[in-house]
Design a binder for this molecule. Structure first.
Ligand SMILES: C[S@@+](CC[C@H](N)C(=O)[O-])C[C@H]1O[C@@H](n2cnc3c(N)ncnc32)[C@H](O)[C@@H]1O
Length: 201
């Protein structure tokens, strides 16, 4: 969960509107650029955790009239309800995320399911395979497995996004389906850890 230059942010906690996200500050910049330059009808996030990066993505979808869904495991104890710190701990930012999550209605876009279960896999496939460009953001516990299993569900024009580039997901983890049918969208600089591909074939 770190890019090359922001270990410090992970110690103090990177935030969006004052609540913690498991992202690097530079990740927001690349998301802004990519979402500005690419049309999309929906975004699916795998790995909700604090729910605040989900709010960021949901806000983009609300602006565009796009759909949004985020999923996390049944074991995820709803960080936003409990007031407890995420197991990665250590953030000095208070977990005051509940109010914003409530106001945005994030729970209506949240599904509690194991992404790799038959049910979870069906939810992901059915969501991203609908008409119009879909964006699938892989940010749960096993990014190489997610990319390998779920990238084939994407259509021409859809985006595959993987977090933790070069800390949990490396060049060698790019599955053949992505190498052969997708184009990378941007070079990841040393201030972000998010990698984007677009399906072209
Ligand atoms: C890195 S955190 C997500 C961070 C979040 N996207 C953010 O930016 O703040 C990873 C999350 O994936 C969830 N997770 C791990 N394995 C999963 C699985 N098999 N299915 C769904 N969620 C999973 C964990 O519970 C954890 O909350």
């Amino acid at each position: 969960m770190t890019c090359h230059s922001c270990q410090a942010y992970h110690q103090i906690g990177c935030s969006f509107t004052g609540a913690r996200v498991a992202q690097c500050p530079g990740d927001f910049w690349v998301w802004e650029t990519v979402l500005h330059e690419n049309p999309f009808s929906r975004i699916m996030e795998l790995g909700t955790a604090y729910g605040i990066f989900s709010c960021y993505l949901l806000m983009h979808c609300l602006h565009r009239g796009a759909e949004f869904q985020t999923i996390d495991t049944p074991g995820n104890p709803f960080w936003w309800n409990s007031g407890r710190k995420h197991s990665s701990g250590g953030s000095v930012i208070e977990h005051n995320n509940g109010r914003v999550i409530e106001r945005l209605g994030l729970k209506d876009h949240y599904v509690q399911v194991d992404a790799f279960s038959p049910e979870g896999t069906k939810i992901i496939r059915d969501f991203v395979s609908q008409d119009g460009p879909s964006i699938l953001f892989c940010d749960n516990g096993n990014k190489p497995r997610e990319a390998k299993l779920f990238a084939p569900f994407l259509k021409v024009g859809d985006l595959l996004v993987v977090h933790d580039w070069k800390s949990e997901f490396y060049e060698i983890d790019i599955p053949p389906v992505v190498r052969e049918n997708f184009e990378p969208l941007q070079e990841v600089d040393d201030k972000s850890a998010t990698k984007f591909w677009k399906r072209t074939i």
